[in-house]
Design a protein around this ligand. Structure first.
Ligand SMILES: *Cc1c(COP(=O)(O)O)cnc(C)c1O
Length: 472
């Protein structure tokens, strides 16, 4: 492709993306196909001749677009939002075009420093603790690819601190114990598994009727483990669980940790996973989602869920940069630099991979081109829609609210029980106009309605409600 061909094709591509986003609401929201159908519709081997963009795009229109699950569809009430914005898409294009690798300051100074700045801007906008700021002696923020990676980094830092670094030599994790409730995200257990913490060292802490962690049970279990000669090292507090957006009580959890953690030794690492809900703190009325975060060792939230920043962009902060660097920094000769020696940030030491994308551009573009006000307006709009829906469910004779409604999420069930709830989910999704997901809480089946797509309007929630009502 020549530069001139790229110019023409690039303009055409932007037009196609705009047209897709304009009309995505007319697509069937998820395709009615079986695994293998897409693979079989494409040539089995790489082509021996090339084609032009129009021909390729005709195939995209034929085989790819109709077989996507359309996350940008206004009827997207499934899983969680992953909303995009034009500003963020442009930044993604620029990032690809610049093609830099930001693994260290010297491999791309601007990529590193814009990232540091974006973490500090976002800290301010979310009203998170000052101790996370990059210009403190011990804290700092970084953009990870996903909350799962952020959690793994937190676990590895915790493991390093609990063993005073010896884990790097011995690899011995056999005495370390981690705690979370059954409502915590699967990425916590996956991260622990990767870090060498076996199932027998992962404790399930009891939760209350609102699905929040019971700090008294946490204190009891940690004390029992200490008595058994084991070492509590990691607690995950979730602010907004995936199933129901339940909130663990972080301050009370920190108090429980203090009861076993010997005054001031701060050995047990408290991580707050606010991947979905944390972005709500952009709205001053929703700052309760930050309650207790000042007691945490690390915190993460995902602009790539509810802030109009397209995947991937997870914000991760810690107050213990030293432990994270102890766990993750390895300095081979080919990566040495005078800048690193003088204390410049090398973000490769703050994450799992070496190479890294220029993700900070997406936050820079969204905050400078759109600003934070329209995002707050979008969040408030989603909250109003969720409130209205929750009120309709509560007033319905055959439906019930199945978990306390929070932010953009409403969980409901049919009063006739799980089979009726499951049948309702299937009937509602059969229309192809919207998609909800099923979850299970304490063995009970729930229909989740997660409101957060950028273009979801009252009419889309009304259409969903019509279906829910008609099939219950
Ligand atoms: C979505 C979510 C995750 C996983 O996020 P990824 O960025 O996809 O890894 C983890 N925890 C919670 C609470 C979530 O909502």
């Amino acid at each position: 492709m020549t530069p001139d061909e790229f110019r023409a094709a690039g303009h055409a591509m932007v037009d196609r993306i705009a047209a897709y986003l304009d009309s995505v609401g007319e697509q069937r929201i998820v395709p009615d196909i079986a695994p293998g159908d897409v693979y079989a519709a494409l040539p089995p081997t790489a082509p021996t001749t090339t084609t032009d963009l129009d021909t390729l795009m005709a195939d995209i229109d034929r085989v790819i677009i109709p077989n996507l699950s359309h996350w940008q569809h206004p009827g997207w009430f499934a899983y969680f939002p992953a909303n995009t914005s034009y500003a963020s898409i442009l930044a993604e294009l620029l990032s690809a075009g610049l093609g830099v690798q930001g693994m260290s300051w010297v491999t791309s100074p601007a990529a590193t420093e814009v990232e540091t700045l974006m973490c500090d801007w976002m800290l301010d906008l979310l009203d998170l603790p000052w101790s996370f700021r990059s210009d403190t002696a011990t804290g700092g923020g970084v953009i990870q690819g996903s909350a799962s990676e952020a959690t793994l980094v937190a676990i590895l830092a915790a493991r390093w601190r609990a063993t005073q670094g010896t884990v790097n030599d011995t690899g011995d994790t056999s005495r370390l114990v981690a705690y979370r409730t059954a409502q915590a995200h699967s990425s916590i257990d996956k991260g622990l598994r990767i870090a060498g913490i076996g199932e027998q060292r992962i404790r399930t802490v009891a939760h209350d009727a609102d699905l929040a962690m019971d700090p008294a049970d946490l204190a009891r279990q940690m004390a029992a483990d200490v008595d058994a000669g084991l070492q509590p090292f990691f607690v995950c507090s979730t602010h907004g669980t995936t199933s129901t957006l339940a909130m663990d009580p972080t301050a009370a959890i920190a108090d429980a940790i203090d009861t076993v953690d010997g005054a001031g030794t701060h050995c047990v690492w408290l991580h707050v996973d606010a991947a979905m809900a944390g972005i709500a703190a952009l709205d001053p009325d929703q700052r309760w989602v930050n309650d207790g975060v000042d007691r945490a060792d690390s915190y993460c939230t995902n602009p790539h869920k509810w802030m109009g920043v397209n995947f991937d962009c997870t914000l991760f902060w810690t107050v213990d940069r030293h432990a994270m660097l102890g766990a993750l920094s390895i300095l081979p000769a080919y990566l040495r630099s005078a800048a690193a020696d003088s204390g410049a940030i090398d973000y490769r030491d703050w994450q799992i991979p070496l190479g890294r994308r220029f993700r900070a551009l997406k936050l820079l573009f969204v905050l400078r081109l759109d600003g934070v006000e329209p995002i707050i307006e979008m969040l408030r709009h989603h909250l109003r829609l969720a409130n209205d829906l929750a009120a309709r469910v509560a007033a319905h004779p055959r439906l019930e609210i199945a978990a306390p409604p929070r932010l953009g999420l409403v969980c409901l069930s049919h009063i006739d029980g799980d089979a009726a709830t499951d049948a309702l989910i299937e009937a509602v999704n059969a229309s192809g106009r919207h998609l909800v997901t099923r979850t299970e809480v304490d063995g009970r089946s729930l229909l989740r309605v997660s409101i957060g797509a950028r273009t979801t309007a009252a009419e889309h929630v009304d259409a969903l409600w019509d279906d829910i009502h008609a099939h219950s």
